[in-house]
Design a protein. Structure first.
Length: 161
């Protein structure tokens, strides 16, 4: 996998709305402040952590969003999301929370990108377990590694050229 810098126009018009959507979503759903630590472009979209929610996106072509958390960070986020419910957080709830976070990020980004060349529709999330699973190939994959007090996680936006 080759990592390269993202051009300023793509960062501004595509990546920044997803950064904004992720920041708002994690703050509102889990009371968690996040910040981008690293942003780069890769030619393959792979799961990079333990739990990854994948959402199919349709731009003028196809693509996807991949939101991945290490198990400990996903557990912390799910615990924060469900704190007021009094339920015990188990692996199934953790996967559901990661899927729901990805869905809300996608919806927020969809609203921010409405009327632009990156306007898209999206599907229901699918959650995959395990790192290094190929999600899509021959794509422009824009990866954002976020930092937070619960740990790092990664959001990838992949678009077929």
């Amino acid at each position: 996998m080759t990592n390269v810098e993202i051009d300023a126009q793509t960062r501004e018009s595509l990546v920044n709305p997803f950064i904004s959507a992720t920041s708002v979503t994690l703050q509102e759903m889990a009371g968690t402040e996040v910040f981008p630590r690293e942003v780069y472009r890769a030619d393959v979209c792979k799961t990079v952590t333990d739990i990854t929610a994948i959402i199919g996106l349709t731009f003028s072509s196809t693509g996807n969003l991949a939101l991945g958390f290490p198990h400990d960070a996903a557990t912390a986020v799910a615990t924060r999301m469900l704190a007021e419910t009094g339920v015990d957080v188990d692996d199934e709830l953790i996967r559901d929370c990661v899927g729901e976070i990805a869905n809300v990020i996608s919806g927020q980004a969809k609203a921010l990108l409405h009327g632009t060349r990156f306007a898209f529709t999206h599907c229901t999330p699918q959650v995959l377990l395990g790192a290094d699973r190929e999600v899509s190939r021959d794509v422009d994959c824009y990866a954002i590694v976020f930092g937070s007090e619960v740990g790092e996680f990664t959001l990838q936006i992949c678009v077929r050229p």
